[in-house]
Write a protein that binds this ligand. Structure first.
Ligand code: ADP
Ligand code: MG
Length: 227
């Protein structure tokens, strides 16, 4: 009975998420289409042309944001756990995010403290999606630049990962609310990034926690069983 309720709850949440996501993607795309339509006019001033182009681009960017947070989560799970090299997986995400970090004047410092590869059981796509969402939040918390520090190390039978930023930090009540669907403090936030992260880490039998101090920064700590 308990399991059934949990499953129903999950289905309800997924249905709600899907509805929100299609809505959130359709809206900016509709507005992009409108601005592209306007661009077809022949008698536009350069200023108008530029304005319409910018608006069209921002619509596309907004749609991309929500897809980025959700992309792999929406895929049916293969439910196939494979051996993953945690250092490699993290490095992969870092390569992907480096241009974005540089754009925001964020420097990245990576330290893999074990000289041997650390293996966990997980799904590569999902793990990368988790790292991506966490790192994206960290970078977004440093609008005027800062430092992102990533560490991996071995702790008896576990793999530890920490992702630390020097950003705006969170109040205790914000810290308490993160990971709840749709909780966001950002103007164009989705409040889904960490929902996805927490679900996936749990599925991979990992543990995740956050500590934060306002105006100083935030640390996300993750651990997985070493395999
Ligand atoms: P979104 O990024 O779309 O707002 P998330 O689920 O990824 O949604 O994050 C939810 C909220 O958690 C953010 O809006 C922000 O308030 C807070 N948060 C998450 N990570 C950090 C961080 N590294 N520093 C400060 N606040 C954070
Ligand atoms: Mg986010």
């Amino acid at each position: 009975q308990k399991k059934k309720i949990a499953q129903l709850e999950k289905n309800r949440m997924l249905a709600e998420l899907s509805a929100t996501i299609s809505h959130e993607i359709r809206n900016p795309l509709t507005s992009t289409r409108g601005f592209l339509q306007l661009l077809k006019q022949s008698n536009l001033t350069d200023a108008d042309r530029k304005r319409y182009l910018d608006m069209a681009l921002s619509g596309v960017d907004q749609s991309t944001t929500i897809l980025t947070d959700f992309l792999n989560y929406a895929k049916p799970s293969k439910n196939l756990l494979e051996q993953l090299n945690i250092q490699q997986e993290l490095d992969h995400t870092i390569r992907f995010i480096t241009p974005y970090a540089a754009d925001s004047l964020v420097s990245i410092d990576v330290s893999h403290e074990s000289d041997t590869p650390l293996f966990i059981l997980g799904e590569s796509q999902k793990l990368r999606q988790c790292f991506l969402n966490i790192i994206k939040n960290a970078i977004e918390s440093m609008p005027n630049g800062g430092k992102l520090s990533l560490r991996t190390w071995k702790h008896p039978n576990a793999v530890q990962i920490s992702i630390t930023d020097t950003g705006v930090g969170m109040t205790p009540s914000q810290l308490n609310a993160i990971g709840k669907p749709f909780f966001t403090t950002k103007e164009h936030g989705t409040g889904l990034g960490l929902v996805v992260v927490m679900n996936m880490i749990q599925k991979m039998n990992g543990k995740i926690s956050f500590s934060s101090s306002l105006n100083c920064g935030t640390r996300c700590s993750i651990s997985f069983q070493l395999k």
